[in-house]
Design a protein around this ligand. Structure first.
Ligand SMILES: C[S@@+](CC[C@H](N)C(=O)[O-])C[C@H]1O[C@@H](n2cnc3c(N)ncnc32)[C@H](O)[C@@H]1O
Length: 340
């Protein structure tokens, strides 16, 4: 497969597309070309995504008449993915008072009123979009405080986006998928036919920080949500649990932190791949980027491929080209095949 066109390998390809536009999270790997190729080549009735995020794979599976099951460790991601593949599911919000820090007084009051009208996953997904847009954060792509207050009427945005989303969702006919909250380094269904996913890379993305606002609207303490996650480089320093030494020697002042993070990351990814090897019936496609940490090149794709082979899977890599937002870093498609 050749390097991707469109917005570049690292842009968000899905932000303007029907259904996806309810809300999309950082998506570095799943290009439309990879998604197309997967559905062309892998013939499973139901597609599984163990790191479902905002549900890109789920939407694309249902649009093609396939079934979908997704898992994510972030309650925020589960709700956003459910907004797209299981929009009628019941969801209610329990705003954490700390939210007041992230809005002007007037906007916060308006959002609180709006939050009481949220009863389904679809309404919650749309509400999160509005709650992000009107917060004092800008996502660039990590959240940081912006200058000046966002303008506009949250209720109007909510109504307009909800209407668009309802219209978009007609594209699914009656097809629906399932999204579960879970840790994919511990949980995997007994049998999975085909997997398409974009797991956390060994880098700095702290998905909890990226979904801080949504977690607070759900009444989930962000620090608790972090315990379920594969460690992000930045978050690892806070929640170190397990260390497995690797023959990597990152340098610099933060060297020990990097080593610890990498040890954790690979430890958990191996657990995940072990579960995958036991359950996989056909093929599993992972888009994965390489990393540089503390000045040391980390061939994450090769290490994960080796894990797969050691667990009895066939593994092959396709270089998808340079990631646009990370000059010099590349994106790979890692294909695991069941040998059963
Ligand atoms: C690169 S994002 C996936 C993006 C997704 N393809 C989308 O459409 O938005 C990685 C996801 O993995 C999730 N994650 C991190 N650790 C996890 C774990 N141990 N089990 C399940 N999901 C996890 C994060 O919450 C995040 O949503």
């Amino acid at each position: 497969m050749a390097a991707s066109s469109g917005r570049g390998v690292s842009g968000n390809y899905w932000a303007d597309r029907p259904i996806h536009r309810i809300l999309v999270y950082t998506e570095h790997g799943l290009t439309p070309e990879v998604v197309e190729a997967f559905f062309r080549e892998v013939e499973c009735e139901t597609v599984y995504d163990p790191f479902a995020g905002s549900g890109t794979v789920g939407v694309e599976a249902l649009l093609r008449g396939r079934g979908f099951v997704g898992v994510d460790a972030s309650p925020a991601a589960v709700v956003v993915a459910a907004a797209k593949v299981s929009p009628e599911a019941g969801v209610s919000l329990r705003p954490d008072p700390r939210l007041a820090n992230y809005y002007s007084e007037e906007t916060y009051e308006r959002l609180l009123r709006l939050s009481r009208r949220v009863h389904t996953a679809l309404e919650a997904g749309v509400f999160f979009n509005v709650a992000r847009r009107f917060s004092k954060f800008e996502y660039s792509p990590a959240p940081r405080f912006r200058r000046g207050d966002p303008q506009g009427d949250p209720e109007e945005h909510f109504r307009a986006l909800l209407e668009t989303a309802r219209r978009d969702l007609r594209l699914l006919g009656g097809r629906r998928g399932d999204v579960l909250l879970g840790d994919s380094t511990w949980f995997m269904p007994r049998r999975v036919c085909g997997v398409l996913t974009s797991p956390p890379f060994a880098n700095n993305v702290d998905y909890v920080r990226h979904t801080h606002i949504e977690l607070l609207w759900l009444g989930v303490d962000p620090s608790r949500a972090r315990d379920l996650q594969l460690p992000a480089c930045e978050a690892a320093a806070r929640s170190w649990r397990q260390h497995m030494p690797l023959n990597l020697e990152p340098g610099g002042r933060r060297a020990r932190g990097y080593q610890r993070f990498l040890g954790q990351y690979f430890y958990y990814m191996r657990q995940h791949i072990r579960l995958l090897a036991q359950a996989l019936e056909a093929e599993a496609w992972y888009t994965i980027g390489d990393s540089v940490l503390g000045g040391v090149y980390v061939p994450v794709h090769e290490i994960l491929a080796r894990f797969g082979e050691e667990e009895g899977l066939g593994a092959s890599l396709v270089n998808l080209g340079e990631r646009r937002m990370r000059r010099g870093r590349r994106l790979f498609l890692l294909r695991f095949r069941s040998r059963r």
